[in-house]
Design a protein around this ligand. Structure first.
Ligand code: IPE
Ligand code: IPE
Ligand code: MG
Length: 261
């Protein structure tokens, strides 16, 4: 397969619509929703749904790896999820850290570079150190970049970027007229990742819930009623095929065929 080259700003008219239809997304972002309802439907505690949710995240990672999709970003815990009962928050954060530790060797062996975005300071030193070590260990890997959004909120990310840019201006390192889309983009925690081509949200809700608001500007959105712990190859393949059936226009007219990747 031809190596995808789309970076969000270097749009090339597509010369071969048939191959465009078969093209895979280069970056998939997933809002993994529905763990609590999955557990409730089985008469189990919500946290059991989160346990199974980790397994589904592993499935999603291997499906992307097998398909040769180089970027996967998973929304694991939002800055608003602190509003949940203390017990669930504690369970979730411990589960995420433990899973990371448990999966690390396998991820590393498969050439996965681990990248965590979000405000990690609130999780306490031990979890932060686990994440730091995992990122350092896998930093040189190139097969796939797995980004986990943990205590992540897009509005906060944008506010932080604005604050940092303002500080640079005050310190004379930047002039306000130099602040443009590219400069703001480079101030975000996703700097270095291409914008997602495909967003999948499971769980039936049709909203973004404060996830990657800037980065998803031209992403194809696919919503599935499946609950996250049930995520499997069939749901993945269906999302890819929906993506491949879309025509991405990026503001062009429908007559101009634009590269998907
Ligand atoms: C997604 O599942 C996991 C997190 C948000 C951490 P939920 O816990 O939101 O499950 P539902 O949406 O209540 O079913
Ligand atoms: C979004 O799910 C956050 C994650 C999947 C981590 P939520 O369950 O928190 O979203 P809302 O509250 O239904 O919008
Ligand atoms: Mg939910």
């Amino acid at each position: 397969m031809k190596t995808p080259s789309y970076s969000g700003s270097d749009l090339e008219p597509d010369v071969d619509p048939a191959s465009a239809a078969r093209r895979l997304p280069r970056h998939i972002a997933i809002i993994m929703d529905g763990n609590g309802r999955w557990a409730k439907a089985r008469g189990q505690a919500r946290v059991q749904g989160h346990r199974r949710g980790v397994e589904a995240a592993r499935t999603a990672t291997s499906l992307c790896g097998d398909a040769g999709i180089p970027y996967l970003t998973l929304f694991a815990f939002s800055s608003e999820n602190w509003k949940r009962p203390d017990e669930e928050v504690r369970f979730l954060t411990q589960l995420l850290a433990l899973s990371l530790e448990k999966e690390l060797d396998r991820l590393h062996a498969n050439g996965v570079k681990l990248n965590v975005i979000g405000e990690l300071g609130s999780f306490g030193g031990k979890i932060e150190r686990t994440i730091q070590k995992a990122q350092e260990k896998t930093a040189g890997n190139g097969a796939m970049t797995l980004t986990i959004a943990l205590n992540y909120g897009s509005r906060r990310e944008l506010a932080t970027a604005a604050r940092n840019l303002a500080q640079s201006c005050i310190e004379g390192r930047l002039r306000p007229e130099e602040i443009d889309e590219s400069r703001l983009d480079r101030s975000l925690s996703t700097y270095g990742l291409p914008d997602p081509d495909l967003l999948i949200r499971t769980g039936g809700e049709v909203r973004l819930s404060n996830f990657l608001l800037w980065q998803l500007a031209y992403t194809e959105l696919v919503f599935s009623d499946a609950l996250w712990p049930d995520f499997d190859k069939a749901i993945f393949d269906q999302a890819i095929s929906t993506y491949q059936g879309r025509q991405r226009r990026f503001g062009h007219t429908g007559e101009q065929i634009v590269s998907q990747t």
